[in-house]
Design a protein. Structure first.
Length: 23
């Protein structure tokens, strides 16, 4: 768990990873 990353930024990163995986 990356606690040093702000939640909005972490969520945005997660969504980008999710979209890339499902591209």
């Amino acid at each position: 768990i990356e606690v040093d990353v702000p939640f909005p930024a972490k969520l945005n990163h997660t969504m980008k990873e999710f979209q890339r995986m499902n591209a």
